[in-house]
Ligand binder design. Sequence first.
Ligand code: F6R
Length: 608
Amino acid sequence: MCGIVGYVGEQNATSILLTGLKKLEYRGYDSAGIALYDGEKITLDKTVGKLSKLEELVSNNRPEGNIGLGHTRWATHGKPSTPNSHPHSCCGGDFVVVHNGIIENYANLKAELKEKGHQFSSETDTEVIPHLIDEYYEGNLKAAVRKTVAKLKGAYALGVLSLQEPDKLIAVRQDSPLIIGLNGSENFIASDIPAVLEHTDKVYILDDGEMAEITANQVDIFNVDNGESIKKDIFEVDWDPGMAEKSGFDHFMLKEIHEQPETIRKSIAGRLNKTDIEFDEVSLSKEEIEAYNRIYVVACGTAYHSGLVAKYVIEDLAEIPVEVDVASEFRYRNPLIDDNTLVIVVSQSGETADTLAALREAKNNGARALAVVNTVGSTIAREADDVIYIHAGPEIAVASTKAYIGMLTCFYMLAIYLARQQNKLSDETSAKLIKALKNLPEQVAKIIKEDSDKIEQLAKNYAGEEDAFFIGRKVDYSVALEGSLKLKEISYIHSEAYPAGELKHGTLALIEEGIPVIALATQTSVLDKTLSNVKEVKARGGVVTGVVFAGQEEIDSFDYQIEVPKTEDILSSILTVVPLQLLSYYIAVERGCDVDQPRNLAKSVTVE
Ligand code: F6R
């Protein structure tokens, strides 16, 4: 986590660093800082709190200079505090570092450096890095940084600025993302593309074990181990800068909910014909697919929830057994993987450390790895054998919405694809599902347009509650889990999701007068059973909001009813999640929560 930016060019770096950090604030927002070289000295400005605090801090005494570094932090080692904020420097202040990642052996390194007389001013793991550079510097910054990183164990994306060679930045990447933006007489470093998008669409994406020496006019890339020069291709980004702006919405989350029809359109574009799915990017042969006896879907959080939907759909249509694993568990258990196993990793950012580690583990064990990813050029996308891109564009709000819908869309297409390759889906059924997929963008748009006001009203009723429950069966249960996560992460209401039939095995004890229960009830084959469970809840005083298909008979068990347009039962997740996203959003707004940047969280979790 954490976001880093760097600038070297002809303009005043302060405002460029601050706007870059603003775009990276989703990665961490408990403290922030910048370092600027003004022609004589390096000034550090840093503070605990959000970026706005840093902006206030520098507003009266804005340092001037054409080269600098910035950082927005999500604390790992050391609580959020001004001394623990980045940038960090060595004792004399000659070397300044911003870091995203974790240095696992920092305690030993710190002890060794202290013995040599270095004095530390923070509790962070990062601070060992500028002290080490100071220790190794003998007139060549690149050489000192190489010696330093040779001592580090862990994950790091680094930006280094030095009083000794103040015309350049050094960037290093190992297991944490880092890109370099190129714009003629100015160059940038950043944790993610949106930070440089308003300046350039041309970037280098550093790989692990690579470092760059960056001046205003030149970028040289090297292998960290042997120092040899590396020639890299420039990556041209096809996002427009407006995609990373709020465009008139109060919050990124609301904007991203509204973008969901477009996300589905982009995900299906060019991939559907009348009866089949065309995945040019997937190179699985018919024989390979037929040979798969197991699929693992591995991911974290919301992406994991998309995998739970994938299980229902792939097992139902393609008849291949699917196990869904939380990535941080998958890599530490002993999953049974062989040549006939397909591992699908799912990630919006493509940088989540747990998911990346699971991908590597799966590949080391001989599995074929397919990634469903949003961020083009991300590490997971580059390391997987095949990639299906979601095409949701940049997602900025910490709470994932449009990426989830994009993941679901890709999984529906993948399930049909796998089924058709094995002749397990008739032309007729496939055509029906594909037709229904094509209708989804309009249907999602309809929910947003017609139901937002009603859901906003409902949110007012729920905003004072401290507990909530979500229930459903089949695909509805997977969506219940996602609705529950959305609610707790942005509104801080305690929330749990259960298969509707499971409540009576214990959790029903928690249902009492006035407890809100959101019941998803779209699955025709189990509708009666779900409604019986709703009655059990009502009998204990629960206040039930039902999410049902339009046209379904008015159900008297519900206190409130939200209708989504009718689609095939199996595709319902794409529609039912939308009211749940809106409900969480409006409840969080009503409670005065920071919707886009909920407490304790960060968007891209690049630590284990
Ligand atoms: C919740 C949320 C997280 C992410 C999770 C995985 O709204 O966004 O649960 O889904 O951290 O992130 P990615 O998809 O980037 O791997």
